[in-house]
Design a protein around this ligand. Structure first.
Ligand SMILES: Cc1ncc(COP(=O)(O)O)c(C=O)c1O
Length: 428
């Protein structure tokens, strides 16, 4: 059956045809997204057998590409031993030990099933520890889909509208302040006024959800110092960044260790996995030791732990980071050179193996500037790339991810496709 027929069926029985709005093509012209059947190495294959070089990486987790043999083997071994035990199990303990070993400032963790739950729990924990209610976060970051974090959010929330969601009670929003990212004076002013009410300052240290946006030099250090001056906790949402750019958190490389981390994506190796953690004295507040409740039927399941452990082992042993970074840098440079040849104004934000291409002249440093990027041009570019067999996230607010299984040939094929897509954009 044709991909379009599958998607028609999807639209009958799945609201919008997608189980997560960021997968929809509504923001890139509204065509039917190809319905996929398989992922192998650096490629996706749709139900018609057409292959695509994949830069979506399932929105980040697939740092080792699709179906990495070590991950497949670990999952196969565990599934025969049971996918869910509902008791403490050896693999969840091994995964927790590995996280504690490799994350600065983390003595203990709790495993969750998604990044959303990890962030939700971090917020509740900070409120439990401080006895305060106010959450401070930043425009264009995305922290999952719990009520507290759905104001002026990035990723699918930004793509589909203004970054807000219907259905979030005013009573929830009144305890949340959302400020511009990278705007230190705005943060200082807020903290001077309300710092003693703030339980948690929450941010992606490098933002991946309004496209890649890097912190200005000194910004995160200052945010940490000011937060602590007023007795607020600082959490980094490293659901995208941890183990994606280096083995461990990006926090350490940025020289700022937060009080709490939220984790997900890579640490599940493609299966459902989140985690949060921090110093022992903070984690003692979590039930059953303390009074902050958090739970999960699937939390710490051995199948996800097996996939996560296998992924972390490969990353630790093979250190693919320098190679992934080199390929991504080549790609970024080629995109810029091609855009210049075609007279198209673009900027590229890149960190390690992730980049975002923005259409427009203005450098992107926050949500305001990210929103200036031209949506129509992105949509045409996305269509051209898809035609050439290159799968990009269907939104100008997402990243391209290069995996450890992308080859130089993949990158060269992508560069040719970029050049052709730019060519088409200027010839019409
Ligand atoms: C930074 C960040 N935090 C949290 C989440 C939510 O994770 P999940 O989709 O696993 O609930 C995401 C998902 O994209 C994310 O990018």
């Amino acid at each position: 059956m044709q991909s379009d027929s599958w998607f028609l069926r999807a639209q009958e029985v799945i609201s919008g045809g997608v189980n997560s709005p960021a997968r929809s093509f509504a923001a890139v012209g509204g065509a039917n997204p190809p319905v996929m059947r398989e992922g192998r190495g650096s490629r996706l294959f749709d139900v018609e057998g057409r292959s695509y070089i994949d830069y979506l990486a399932a929105f980040g987790p697939l740092v080792l590409g699709h179906a990495h043999p070590r991950v497949v083997e670990a999952v196969e071994r565990q599934v025969r031993r049971g996918s869910l035990l509902g008791t403490p199990n050896d693999l969840e303990i091994l995964l927790a030990e590995e996280l504690v070993r490799s994350l600065a400032g983390v003595d203990q963790v709790r495993l969750t099933t998604t990044g959303t739950e990890a962030v939700m729990s971090v917020i509740r924990l900070a409120r439990a520890v401080t006895g305060r209610s106010l959450l401070v976060k930043f425009e264009g970051t995305y922290h999952g889909h719990s009520d507290a974090v759905l104001t002026r959010a990035g990723s699918g929330v930004a793509t589909g509208g203004g970054g807000d969601s219907l259905g979030v009670p005013a009573g929830v929003s009144q305890d949340v302040m959302t400020l511009a990212y990278n705007d230190l004076p705005a943060f200082e002013t807020l903290m001077q006024g309300r710092g003693r009410e703030v339980a948690l300052v929450l941010t992606e240290p490098i933002v991946g959800n309004m496209g890649i946006v890097l912190p200005k030099p000194g910004y995160l250090r200052a945010v940490a110092d000011i937060s602590h001056r007023y007795g607020a906790l600082l959490a980094f949402d490293e659901v995208i960044t941890a183990y994606r750019f280096r083995y461990g958190a990006i926090a350490e490389e940025l020289g700022v260790v937060p009080d709490l981390y939220a984790l997900g994506k890579v640490i599940g190796g493609g299966l459902a996995q989140g985690a949060y953690g921090g110093r022992r004295e903070l984690m003692q507040y979590v039930a059953p030791l303390g009074g902050m409740f958090q739970a999960g039927t699937l939390a710490g399941n051995p199948l996800s732990a097996a996939a996560g452990l296998a992924t972390l082992s490969v990353l630790r042993e093979e250190n693919p980071y320098p190679r992934m970074e080199r390929l991504t840098s080549l790609l970024a440079q080629a995109i810029l050179a091609s855009a210049e040849r075609h007279g198209i104004a673009v900027s590229v934000n890149r960190v390690g193996s992730a980049l975002t291409l923005f259409f427009g002249k203005t450098p992107v440093v926050d949500y305001e500037t990210a929103r200036l990027a031209d949506a129509t041009q992105f949509s045409r570019f996305h269509g051209g790339m898809l035609e050439a067999g290159i799968y990009l996230a269907p939104s100008r607010f997402e990243a391209w991810f290069v995996s450890a299984q992308h080859t130089e040939d993949d990158i060269n094929e992508t560069i040719r496709a970029v050049d052709a897509a730019f060519g088409k954009m200027t010839s019409r």
